[in-house]
Design a binder for this molecule. Structure first.
Ligand code: UDP
Length: 248
C-alpha cells in the first residue's frame, strides 16, 4: 500500500533550494524520444521530472464521420487521457471534465502551428496518454504532441514548446511539480510558438500581482525557449540517424 504524501512545511529552503533539489529558475530534467510507436503515423515520448507522457498522431486521413469534415482545412482533434495508474489516487478511466478541457486547450495551443489548410476534409488525431503525472502535464503534453505531429510529417509553421512558472513560498519559480502546484500560491502554464513569437496557451491558477504575473510570463517564456532547443535537437538527431541508415 502507498503511504500518502505528507504536506511539506516549506517548499523552498534557506539556500533557495526546492524539494527536488532544483534552483528557483530551473527546469526538471527532460528526456524526449521521437518515433517510439510503430503503428502511429507519428509519435513521441517525454519524461519531465516524474511526468511520463506518450503522444501518438494519426493522419491526415479522411474525416469520419463525413459530416464533421471541414471543406477548406483539416480538423485537428486531440484527446488528453490520464491512465488510472498515473496519479496517487486511482483515476477513473472515464474522461473527466478536466481531461475534456485539457484536450481542448492543448488542441488550441497546437492548431496555429499546423498548416491545416493543406489538407481539406481530413482529420488529424492526436492521442496523449499520461502514464505518470507530477504537475505540468498540459505543458509537457503540448511539447511532446508537437514533436509527434512533426514526426508524422505534418507540415508545421514551427514546433510549440510549453512550460509553466508560478509562485511557491512567496517566490517565483519555473516548472512546478505536483506538490508545488498543490501547495503553492499560483501556477501560470504557457505555450509558445517561436516562428511568430506567439503565445498559444496562457492560463493562471491562484493569485499574483500584475508585476509578478509579468515576471512569471517572462520566466515561463525562458523555460519554453530552453525546451524548444531540446525539441530541435531531438528532431535533428532522429533525422541524422535516419540519413545515416539510408546512406548505409
Ligand atoms: N492530478 C491528480 N489527479 C487528477 C488530476 C491531476 O493527482 O485526477 C495531479 C497530477 O499530478 C497533475 C497535477 O495534479 O499533474 C496538476 O494538475 P493540473 O490540473 O494543474 O494540470 P497540470 O499541471 O498537470 O497541467
Amino acid at each position: 500500500m502507498k503511504v500518502p504524501k505528507k504536506k511539506p512545511k516549506k517548499l523552498i529552503d534557506e539556500k533557495d533550494v526546492r524539494l527536488d533539489g532544483r534552483g528557483l529558475n530551473e527546469l526538471r530534467p527532460i528526456k524526449i524520444e521521437i518515433g517510439v510507436l510503430d503503428n502511429a503515423d507519428g509519435s513521441a515520448y517525454i519524461e519531465q521530472g516524474k511526468n511520463k507522457i506518450l503522444a501518438g498522431v494519426y493522419g491526415p486521413k479522411e474525416a469520419h464521420p463525413k459530416h464533421l469534415s471541414i471543406p477548406d482545412r483539416a480538423r485537428l482533434r486531440c484527446r488528453y487521457h490520464m491512465a488510472p495508474f498515473s496519479v496517487d489516487e486511482r483515476k477513473s478511466p472515464v474522461p473527466s471534465r478536466r481531461e475534456r478541457e485539457l484536450s481542448k486547450v492543448i488542441r488550441q495551443a497546437l492548431e496555429p502551428a499546423v498548416f491545416v489548410e493543406y489538407y481539406p476534409r481530413t482529420s488529424i488525431d492526436i492521442f496523449i496518454e499520461i502514464l505518470q503525472a507530477d504537475g505540468g502535464t498540459r505543458c509537457a503534453a503540448i511539447t511532446v504532441a508537437s514533436l509527434a505531429l512533426a514526426d508524422a510529417g505534418i507540415p508545421m509553421r514551427s514546433l510549440v514548446a510549453a512550460c509553466a512558472a508560478g509562485k511557491i513560498d512567496g517566490r517565483l519559480v519555473l516548472d512546478l511539480m505536483d506538490t508545488e502546484d498543490k501547495e503553492g500560491e499560483a501556477d501560470v502554464p504557457l505555450a509558445w510558438m517561436p516562428n511568430s513569437n506567439a503565445i498559444t496557451l496562457l492560463q493562471m491558477d491562484g493569485s499574483l500581482t500584475i508585476e509578478e504575473f509579468e515576471q512569471a510570463v517572462n520566466m515561463a517564456m525562458e523555460g519554453c525557449k530552453k525546451i524548444h532547443e531540446l525539441q530541435k535537437e531531438t528532431l535533428k538527431a532522429k533525422y541524422v540517424a535516419v540519413k545515416e541508415e539510408v546512406e548505409e
